[in-house]
Design a binder for this molecule. Structure first.
Ligand code: NAD
Ligand code: TYD
Length: 351
């Protein structure tokens, strides 16, 4: 094999799309998917590629340093794409410790394993850290996040991601570990766990359940189709410069309530319900604590320097996403059984 790449969090939402892209596009690479399989990890996401000869799955916790060291040795890892994380802001408000543990300590454990395994020969090695635009904080109605924007995380989730980004840069500076970091905006698409806005609302509309809109629905997010994020990761993994940061986004800002109306309209069309049916499910609920008002990414650097750009228009992306959820009822039923009910009642039991 030409390369041996460890992808962490590959059973999760974005990770599964990255694994699929790399396994199918690069048969000459060995792709090792390392995942703890938390509530958010699901090997069903990779059923279509799991028998390919260049794919292997390892169930492990990134916080287990001894195990990470062993895996680097056993698989002769020369590249890491690190996506494993606790990823949901609402959960970080109720359980911040697990975010510090996985996102900070877990990243540190992987960095140390990479540094120890690669010491004396950093040539051709790369630690690719996948981060979020949320580390930059919250914008008012104007302006964008640039790669040079100072970090100003506002939630326990974004604080833990910011901390992990700092550790990656510190290893680059102190130990000369070759690295790149990307900070991406909100992703949507197939296989996203239905705790995040779009799949939660698709699932609730289908089941005629209320749509819990936080506050007045005026917060703004920049949305990118997940396959375009995976393509960007491929682009940066192969063309990014050592030590650089690249912002990734769709130049596709939506106020939550406007986006929700689009999802409602598309769902009415696909389910053959009269126009306006789904919007009646909208229920304004208490705002998220410390809710960031607006995220907006300036993605010119990756576009100009590496030639990446989003391939899908939002309407098309939403339509594909809704189709996927409607065609994959079993997936939804399986991930929403068990613990999901407890989570849902704790978060939204009042409506
Ligand atoms: P996700 O929650 O769907 O998946 C996370 C995966 O990590 C799961 O498969 C889970 O089992 C695994 N995992 C969690 N803890 C682990 C541990 N201790 N050891 C090994 N595996 C563990 O998350 P996602 O939405 O796919 O996000 C992936 C990455 O991309 C995260 O680092 C996140 O911060 C970042 N990101 C996400 C978005 C987004 O919109 N979802 C946007 C920008 C960046
Ligand atoms: P989310 O998908 O959790 O992503 P993030 O908080 O990381 O941006 O939420 C997207 C937006 O939707 C955010 O402004 C919070 C809002 N939201 C709701 O209004 N209701 C919900 O039930 C959820 C999960 C999110």
């Amino acid at each position: 094999m030409e390369r041996s790449i460890l992808i962490t969090g590959g059973a999760g939402f974005i990770g599964s799309h990255v694994v699929r892209l790399f396994v199918t596009k690069y048969p000459q690479y060995r792709i090792v998917n390392l995942d703890k399989l938390t509530y958010a990890g699901n090997l069903e996401n990779l059923k279509d590629i799991e028998t390919l000869p260049n794919y292997e799955f390892v169930k492990a916790d990134i916080c287990d340093y001894a195990r990470m060291l062993q895996i680097f040795t056993d698989y002769r890892v020369d590249g890491v794409i690190h996506l494993a994380a606790e990823s949901h802001v609402d959960r970080s408000i109720t359980d911040p410790f697990s975010f510090a543990q996985t996102n900070v300590m877990g990243t540190l454990s992987l960095l140390q394993a990479a540094k120890e395994s690669w010491k004396g020969n950093m040539e051709g090695k790369l630690f690719y850290h996948v981060s979020t635009d949320e580390v930059y904080g919250s914008l008012e109605n104007e302006g964008f996040f640039y790669e040079s924007t100072p970090y100003d995380p506002q939630s326990p989730y974004s604080a833990s991601k910011a901390s992990s980004d700092h550790f990656v840069r510190a290893y680059g500076n102190t130990f000369k570990l070759p690295f790149v970091i990307t900070n991406c905006s909100n992703n949507y698409g197939p296989n996203q766990f239905p705790e995040k806005l779009i799949p939660l609302f698709i699932n609730n509309i289908k089941n005629n359940k209320p749509l819990p809109v936080y506050g007045k629905g005026e917060n703004v997010r920049d949305w990118l189709y997940v396959v375009d994020h995976a393509r960007a990761i491929d682009t940066v993994f192969h063309g990014g410069k050592n030590g650089e940061t690249y912002n990734i986004g769709g130049f596709n800002e939506w106020k939550n309530i406007d986006l929700i109306r689009v999802v409602c309209r598309v769902m009415d069309e696909k389910l053959g319900r009269p126009a306006g049916t789904s919007e009646q499910l909208i229920a304004y609920v208490t705002d998220r604590a410390g809710h960031d008002l607006r995220y907006a990414i300036d993605a010119h650097k990756i576009m100009n320097e590496l030639g990446w750009q989003p391939s899908l228009q939002f309407e098309e992306g939403i339509s594909k996403t809704v189709d996927w959820y409607l065609e994959n009822q079993q997936w939804l039923e399986r991930v929403t059984s068990g613990d999901y009910q407890k989570y849902y009642n704790k978060m939204y039991g009042g409506i």
